[in-house]
Design a protein around this ligand. Structure first.
Ligand code: 4NP
Length: 171
């Protein structure tokens, strides 16, 4: 079905556990569209390919890193990616190649595969094109993920402004 210009742009961020990388991307992207007066143009969510953290808040280390840098992740809860998400969302950004594989596996016919992209395709400094999983590492890993998410989200929103001709109001 074609989207109408009044429909929100539905954006989904996907990682493995939905407690570190993708909730940060959801929270940061929401923060950015709020700041730019574009919140009513977007519906933003995140999900994990794995089932382990359904219903859990984001990892405490990710929450504290985000909080210190001005973004609250307190209201987010983990959920698992489902087949319907590939129809429901216009843009699905995955954090690494394993997430890409697992997400595309939910769409064996390939009908929705063009909606699924590596998040770091839009990073001006993409390095490996993957967001490293910080879960088993130290604090530096969380700060590094925050830096990646910050600059990549800004680049994605700039791209959306061009392709959807969005005209926000800076708060
Ligand atoms: P995330 O990190 O995919 O960035 O949320 C992980 C969190 C938890 C697990 C793996 C990755 N885990 O295996 O529980």
């Amino acid at each position: 079905m074609a989207r109408s210009s009044s429909d929100p742009i539905r954006v989904l961020f996907v990682c493995l556990g939905n407690i570190c990388r993708s909730p940060l991307a959801e929270g940061y992207f929401q923060h950015l569209v709020n700041e730019q007066g574009l919140a009513d143009r977007f519906e933003i969510d995140s999900a994990g390919t794995g089932p382990w953290h359904v219903g859990d808040p984001p990892d405490a280390r990710m929450r504290s890193t985000a909080r210190r840098r001005g973004v609250s992740l307190e209201d987010l809860r983990g959920r698992q990616l489902e087949r319907l998400d590939l129809q429901r969302f216009d843009h699905i950004f995955v954090m690494d190649k394993s997430n890409l594989h697992d997400t595309l596996a939910l769409d064996p016919s390939g009908d929705h595969s063009t909606r699924v992209r590596l998040f770091r395709e839009f990073d001006p400094e993409p390095e490996t094109y993957q967001v490293p999983d910080p879960y088993t590492g130290g604090q530096a890993g969380f700060e590094h993920v925050y830096d990646i998410v910050e600059r990549t989200s800004r680049a994605i929103l700039d791209r959306f402004k061009e392709i959807y001709d969005l005209d926000g109001q800076a708060a």
